[in-house]
Design a protein around this ligand. Structure first.
Ligand code: MN
Length: 459
């Protein structure tokens, strides 16, 4: 992979003008930022755009723009075999066919690595950046934000594979540090009771989603919730207090029969960006990724990008505004999906939000729902949302246990969408598709058949 990264580095060095095309999520924004910073430092003429997916419209536009070189980051693996009219390099981690093994295409799947856990789009972009100049090792922090944005730390409760090498680059030069701690979101910025209330992976029965239960749980555990007028956050608690909470949560999970494997997921490695201010949304990698996601989902890619490039003023403020709006929309989306109802079939469960949830957040809502009491955790969950243009977005999410049993949502979604003249793909645990409106029922039939085949053939 490093050899391929160097080859791509050489293509960049030999070009004067480079246009970056990246994906609209935390991994895509960090990948785009790493690419852009690399080109800036090289003094290359550059530009950047973010897209939801590489469809024919985008490709046609790119073809007409006649860029000397196009750098696809966190996407592009699906076009590596065709579109030879665009002079390109690709640093991606999405599944790709073996016959896309070209010298311009860096993808872990081409090297026998797992692109859903071992390295992200930002990570592959970082590898190229580092081969160009060792001074770009400071960008490792963005690569880790991207990896965690794609939940690559969740399978093993810590980063793994090439991601660990990138992490150690960052630790070596002091931009990142890691330690074991609680995995729930908001360690640095949320009052402790809120951190528990929004816990979702794993879900704590009787606690998650219930504010008053969280408060009484903390009281019973003997945790003071306020310090003067200020709510205490997880990072304000003493080591002893944290231990007590973790042990009491574990107790709840174990007595409810969740087993050690799930209970262990409470604790894992967390990552800190050492040069950011403590208690801000940028200090903890997971919170940073969420901040970026909330800029991307509302089309404000440049806001997230500027934050990655170092702005801590105007753009950061705007990003925080978007984050607040995003939280509001997620809560509303979750409520909406529950009201519409979750329908179970033999091999999947689904909801259809129509225009009630933005197509850009239906995947996050599906993920939150999958971790809630409203859904079965033995079935993958599909969420539909109208996209406009007579198209429907389908987002599929599954548990790691199902993936371990042979489920591959990426291939199932791609195959099902293809039969209906749509497009689909992604990762084994999380995938998406766009299909013509009105074909949802048919789509579910095909998808269910695919899932059934996957799960029965792996036994
Ligand atoms: Mn990605």
């Amino acid at each position: 992979m490093l050899k391929r990264a160097r080859e791509i580095g050489n293509i960049i060095r030999n070009s004067k003008e480079i246009h970056i095309v990246s994906h609209i999520d935390a991994d895509g924004i960090t990948a785009g930022a790493i690419a852009l910073q690399t080109l800036k430092r090289l003094g290359k003429e550059h530009s950047i755009e973010f897209v939801k997916q590489l469809d024919n419209q985008v490709l046609e536009k790119l073809g007409n723009e006649n860029h000397e070189l196009v750098w696809f980051t966190d996407l592009g693996s699906n076009i590596s075999t065709n579109y030879s009219d665009i002079n390109k390099i690709i640093t991606d981690h999405h599944k790709c066919p073996k016959n896309s093994d070209y010298n311009f295409h860096l993808n872990p799947h081409l090297f026998g690595l797992d692109g859903s856990t071992e390295i992200s789009g930002a990570g592959t972009t970082y590898l190229v950046s580092k081969t160009i100049d060792k001074n770009n090792m400071d960008l490792s922090s963005l690569a880790i934000v991207g990896a965690c944005g794609d939940l690559q730390n969740r399978r093993y409760g810590k980063l793994h594979g090439l991601n660990r090498k990138i992490l150690s680059d960052g630790e070596k030069i002091g931009v990142i540090s890691s330690k074991m701690d609680i995995q729930f979101f908001g360690r640095e910025t949320r009052p402790v009771y809120k951190l528990l209330q929004f816990s979702s992976d794993p879900l704590i029965p009787g606690i998650s989603g219930r504010e008053s239960s969280c408060i009484s749980f903390l009281q019973e555990t003997g945790i003071k919730m306020k310090d003067g007028d200020n709510w205490r956050r997880w990072v304000d608690l003493s080591k002893d207090e944290r231990k007590k909470i973790i042990s009491n949560i574990s107790q709840i999970l174990l007595t409810k029969g969740f087993g050690h494997k799930i209970t262990k997921r409470i604790i894992g490695e967390i990552y800190i960006l050492s040069q950011e201010k403590e208690g801000t949304e940028l200090h903890d990698v997971k919170e940073y990724a969420t901040l970026l996601n909330s800029t991307a989902r509302y089309g404000q890619y440049d806001v997230g990008l500027e934050v990655c490039l170092g702005d801590r003023d105007k753009y950061l403020k705007e990003a925080l505004n978007l984050l607040r709006g995003h939280r509001h929309n997620l809560v509303e989306g979750l409520r909406f999906a529950k009201e519409e109802g979750i329908f179970k079939r033999d091999y999947l469960q689904f909801f259809h939000a129509g225009t009630g949830i933005r197509d850009t957040i239906v995947g996050i809502v599906a993920n939150m729902l999958l971790n809630s009491e409203e859904t079965s955790n033995t079935l993958p969950l599909i969420g539909f949302a109208d996209k406009g243009n007579n198209e429907v977005k389908a987002s599929a999410r599954a548990t790691q246990e199902l993936v371990d049993k042979g489920l591959d949502l990426s291939s199932a979604m791609r195959k099902a969408a293809k039969q209906l003249d749509g497009v689909g793909g992604g990762h084994n645990i999380a995938a998406g598709a766009t299909i013509p409106k009105g074909k949802e029922e048919e789509f579910l039939d095909i998808l269910e058949q695919e899932i059934k085949t996957q799960l029965s053939s792996s036994v």
